[in-house]
Design a protein around this ligand. Structure first.
Ligand SMILES: *Cc1c(COP(=O)(O)O)cnc(C)c1O
Length: 268
């Protein structure tokens, strides 16, 4: 593997709040092409095949009109961090039969029923009550669901996710929930312009995954690492990300600050 300590890739948090809004199918095509080019360049730096990195466009806060433009530009799986907002969009755009939804934000157990009904993927599993509620609802729906276990790699209280030392114990409980198909781990890095501190979060997730994979319970797969967003996905790819969740670099800046999504977060 490439020695990533020699890389000096910067974060792009400088563009935060300033990503241009995509207002046409052409804008979306251009933004998607630019993101794919950045993915390819990051993969090349560490000798990875860019096809091993899946781009998950994140459409939270974006309205139906803009999501339809993204669909026209080729997006077929979109990430949303709020269950009700995602469910509303799923219903409103049911005419787009091949458009699927990935829930990437915290799940309150009373919303498990909704997620079991419409989600194609759930990336923020971090407690047993949610696992139990989701599994029960999925059994009723006769469905299974791809899930990622969210890990708090930054140590910030504002972030959801299990502390790294609790992940092994948590994974051992998951085979009991047969409708949950565990695919890997997910994290949000520290929101910082200091690339070295951001990189440390991604390294932590990969090392944790590598260690846990050796004696993962049967039936669980830990192949996937969902890490990296508009401001830091290149660093995440250099450290092994297989899924990057990218909103603003595709859709443009959101009107609301990130503190709205991650209460307690202090903006840099
Ligand atoms: C919003 C969000 C993203 C994408 O962030 P951008 O800065 O828009 O790229 C990724 N992951 C999660 C969990 C999010 O809530």
């Amino acid at each position: 593997m490439t020695d990533t300590s020699v890389l000096d890739t910067e974060t792009r948090h400088d563009l935060h709040d300033r990503w241009p809004r995509a207002e046409s199918v052409e804008d979306f095509r251009e933004n998607l092409a630019a993101v794919h080019a950045r993915i390819a360049a990051a993969a090349a730096r560490v000798g990875r095949d860019p096809a091993t990195v899946r781009l998950l466009p994140v459409s939270k806060t974006m309205d139906e009109a803009h999501i339809r433009l993204a669909y026209a530009a080729g997006c077929r799986l979109l990430g949303e961090n709020k269950v009700q907002e995602a469910a509303r969009k799923w219903e409103a755009m049911a005419d787009l039969a091949d458009l699927q939804w990935s829930v990437i934000g915290h799940l309150q157990t009373n919303k498990a029923k909704l997620v079991a009904r419409f989600a194609a993927e759930f990336q923020a599993l971090d407690n047993l009550r949610a696992a139990e509620a989701l599994d029960r609802r999925l059994q009723i729906e006769g469905r299974s669901l791809d899930v990622f276990v969210q890990v708090n790699t930054s140590g910030e209280e504002s972030k959801y996710g299990l502390p790294p030392e609790e992940v092994a114990g948590f994974l051992k409980e998951l085979p009991a929930f047969s409708a949950l198909k565990v695919r890997g781990l997910m994290t949000l890095a520290l929101f910082s312009a200091e690339a070295a501190r951001v990189r440390r979060c991604f390294v932590l997730l990969r090392d944790l995954r590598d260690r846990l994979r050796q004696d993962a319970p049967a039936g669980l797969s830990l192949d996937e690492l969902s890490m990296g967003m508009s401001g830091d996905f290149e660093i995440a790819i250099e450290e092994g990300a297989t899924v990057v969740r990218v909103g603003q670099a595709i859709f443009g800046a959101r009107k609301l600050p990130d503190s709205h999504f991650w209460p307690g977060l202090v903006e840099a």
